[in-house]
Design a protein. Structure first.
Length: 160
């Protein structure tokens, strides 16, 4: 059989030189991230990582991170991964996502990542992964497939 080498990591060129400042400012305006205590951990073109320490008020009845919290974090991670590649003067909007919960999110730290699979002019396809860490053990607890819409001319940036 012939050897086939598959791409390991995609590389993207942002359409906006100021992409990082624009994405960080948008994240700062997203009040739900502040409410739950999530922080932007890593950001590069086509990729975003958000981290959230466990709090009891973010849990469901069995003491695991609630599915709603998991989906909130990974939706934002995928959305901001896509937003890194969108043009200046635009904004991002999730139009659909599917989340598979694969394991209870029993951990002290939740990590949601978003990675762009395809970046088009109007639609962006992203993948998200969610992990929890407890006692130095990493558990892959959820995976997401997402479609984002580029909202051309709809920037919500605050003018100085």
């Amino acid at each position: 059989m012939n050897e086939i080498t598959l791409p390991v990591q995609r590389t993207f060129e942002p359409r906006d030189r100021e992409w990082e400042a624009r994405v960080r400012a948008s994240f700062a305006r997203q009040k739900v991230m502040d409410l739950i205590g999530a922080r932007l951990a890593e950001l590069r073109p086509g990729f975003c990582e958000i981290r959230l320490p466990f709090r009891d008020d973010l849990s469901q009845q069995n003491g695991f991170f609630h599915a709603g919290i998991i989906s909130t974090v990974v939706d934002s991670a995928g959305g901001y991964a896509g937003f890194t590649l969108m043009p200046a003067g635009s904004d991002v909007l999730s139009v659909e996502f599917k989340l598979n919960l694969m394991s209870p999110a029993d951990g002290d730290l939740l990590i949601g990542t978003g990675e762009v699979l395809k970046s088009g002019k109007n639609l962006v396809i992203a993948r998200g992964e969610v992990y929890v860490i407890k006692n130095d053990r990493i558990t892959h607890c959820a995976t997401m497939q997402q479609t984002l819409m580029t909202m051309h001319g709809k920037s919500t940036e605050k003018n100085p």
